[in-house]
Design a protein around this ligand. Structure first.
Ligand code: NAD
Length: 551
């Protein structure tokens, strides 16, 4: 539907509106229709020419942060062009608009800020959040990604600077899953920061005080939820990079009330379980025969461990109690056991087993003899040579998943994992690494990153206008993603499909999720005869943008 207001937006106002601007691609007819004659260089460019022009400019800037800034400028002036550039260069630009470069962009956010995007709700806005939500220019919002900036990637508390993450995640929703960019809203709840460096930085753009108590944050969030659902009753909410305890608490309070999920807990779990399903194919093994040790016991690790337990129950028919016995956590205080003492966080309790205590990870490996280790600790170098060699000694083909982000926080590099295991390991990483050749064989590591699943899961949820997002959805996504890994991929050591296929992957995952939601009676639309085709038609295309919902 073309909106009347959009039709009436003319001249320079059209050129300055990123949702409506097509720059030099405006046709002769559009130039007359919208009063643009004389405001653009005379020759009409094709979309391809404009893409190639900008690709050249970006390529001439080798620094990733400069690429980010150029892309951000295009995002702020011409959304269709921005998304076409991403679509055409997904392997190269995804690590720029998302991890690892987005991490650097967040750290420097207050120093590089140029364009307003999204919504900032601060602790000082309590009582008037509705007014703020009314100011949002999007007429329709299907998805909100919200953070409080308290645990940005593995970089800690970045306060309001964390806004780079919701912006980046939503850019991926559009680039990977064809969610109309006009229907997305990045949100930061600025409730202060405990980052002393930022509090002392004169350019820091957030509230200049320590974080408010959690309960006050939850109250602010409640007001925010009321305001957004009053305006957009079908919107779904993705929680992003909230510090662990808050992340679990928010999910527990809202998962049965509104369609929401936490990507760090559930999206990560889905992609990690998909990697395990692929590993089981490569090893011709059963999931319930695996023993898995996690370095890190935060949102990501416990989310993954819980979903693996669900998968063992569903795939292999063992009891949940039996499944939990195969899963062990190791955090900053050592192995999580039933006798360790101290006040154990509720999310760790199911994995606190009756084993010996140790605060040495290598000792824990010797004790438990895991078939897989997962790194979700943001401790670079934690999977050192001794650890990989020990894993290779006790396993024919150890599974090594170094999932921490950004690259600087990875527990080991791809090269280290393949070299130290003498090419035996099955490896996945959170951030991208180049192929590695060991003993004449080239391995192609792929990212165990939730960008393979959350766009498709969100697409399925948005497509059906889901009432809720049950946890089973993430197992549905994992199974579908793993099924898309080819035998050739597995042969190269890849546990995930190529990134360039991320859009068709999102369509497949979205269709599987939609099907599940229809089956469970959670959809708010009528079930179409052919879900897969309808979902593809639903996906927004930058080369044929359907704008028209701007107020
Ligand atoms: P979190 O803060 O909730 O958890 C971090 C965990 O690491 C805690 O349990 C902490 O005790 C543990 N830890 C810290 N120092 C340690 C040490 N020296 N030894 C052992 N454990 C230690 O964070 P999270 O949300 O679980 O994220 C952790 C990491 O996983 C981050 O780097 C994040 O970027 C990454 N992550 C990756 C993906 C992905 O898609 N690949 C998704 C989500 C999170």
């Amino acid at each position: 539907m073309t909106d009347k207001c959009d039709q009436q937006t003319r001249g320079v106002h059209r050129l300055r509106n990123p949702w409506l601007n097509r720059g030099s691609v405006f046709t002769e007819q559009e130039r007359d229709q919208y009063g643009l004659r004389g405001l653009l260089p005379p020759r009409v460019s094709t979309f391809e020419e404009q893409v190639s022009r900008l690709t050249g400019i970006i390529a001439s800037n080798p620094e990733p942060l400069n690429k980010y800034l150029i892309l951000e400028g295009i995002h702020a002036s011409d959304e269709a062009l921005f998304y076409e550039l991403i679509a055409k260069n997904i392997d190269e630009y995804l690590p720029v608009i998302y991890t690892p470069t987005v991490g650097e962009a967040c750290i420097k956010f207050s120093h590089i800020f140029r364009y307003a995007r999204g919504l900032y709700v601060t602790a000082e806005d309590k009582g008037r959040v509705r007014e703020l939500v009314k100011n949002v220019p999007n007429r329709q919002v299907d998805i909100i990604v919200v953070t409080d900036g308290s645990r940005i990637l593995g970089l800690g508390d970045l306060g309001v600077n964390g806004m780079g993450i919701p912006i980046g995640k939503l850019a991926l929703y559009t680039a990977c899953a064809g969610i109309n960019p006009q229907h997305t809203l990045p949100v930061t709840l600025d409730v202060g920061t405990n980052n002393e460096e930022f509090l002392n930085d004169p350019l820091y753009m957030g509230l200049r005080h320590k974080r408010i108590p959690d309960e006050a944050l939850f109250e602010l969030f409640k007001e925010f939820v009321a305001a957004v659902y009053e305006r957009w009753p079908n919107v779904m909410i993705q929680f992003e990079d909230f510090q662990n305890v808050r992340a679990y608490e928010l999910l527990a309070r809202w998962e049965n009330e509104i369609p929401c999920f936490n990507d760090d807990i559930q999206g990560t779990a889905s992609v990690a379980v998909a990697g395990l399903f692929s590993s089981m194919r490569a090893l011709k093994a059963k999931l319930s025969d695996q023993r898995i040790l996690f370095l890190g016991a935060g949102s990501a690790a416990t989310g993954i461990a819980n979903l693996i337990a669900d998968a063992m129950v569903e795939e292999d028919g063992i009891s949940r109690e039996e499944a939990l016995k195969r899963l062990h956590l190791f955090d900053s205080k050592g192995l999580v056991t039933s006798t360790r003492g101290g006040n154990l966080q509720a999310s760790k309790k199911p994995f606190a087993h009756d084993t010996d205590n140790t605060d040495n990870f290598l000792e824990a490996i010797k004790l438990l003899k895991p078939t897989a280790i997962f790194g979700l600790s943001a401790q670079p170098g934690a999977f050192n040579r001794e650890i990989i060699e020990e894993m290779s000694r006790i396993n024919e083909r150890p599974m090594i998943f170094a999932l921490s982000n950004p690259t600087s926080k990875a527990e080991c590099t791809a090269e280290q994992a393949y070299t130290w295991s003498n090419g035996k390991c099955l490896f996945a990483c959170g951030s991208p690494f180049d192929p590695v050749t060991v003993n004449g064989k080239t391995f192609v590591p792929r990212q165990g990153n939730n960008h393979y699943v959350f766009p498709g899961i969100g697409l399925g949820c948005i497509f059906v206008k889901t009432k809720l997002i049950p946890n089973e959805v993430f197992l549905v996504g994992a199974k579908k993603l793993a099924s898309l890994v080819s035998e050739a991929d597995l042969g190269n050591g890849s546990l995930y499909p190529p990134l360039c296929e991320v859009r068709p992957i999102a369509a497949e995952v979205g269709a599987a999720v939609a099907e599940y939601l229809f089956d469970k009676g959670l959809a708010r639309i009528e079930r179409p005869a052919d879900i897969a085709t309808e979902i593809k038609n639903f996906m927004w295309q930058p080369s044929n943008p359907k704008f028209g919902d701007q107020e």
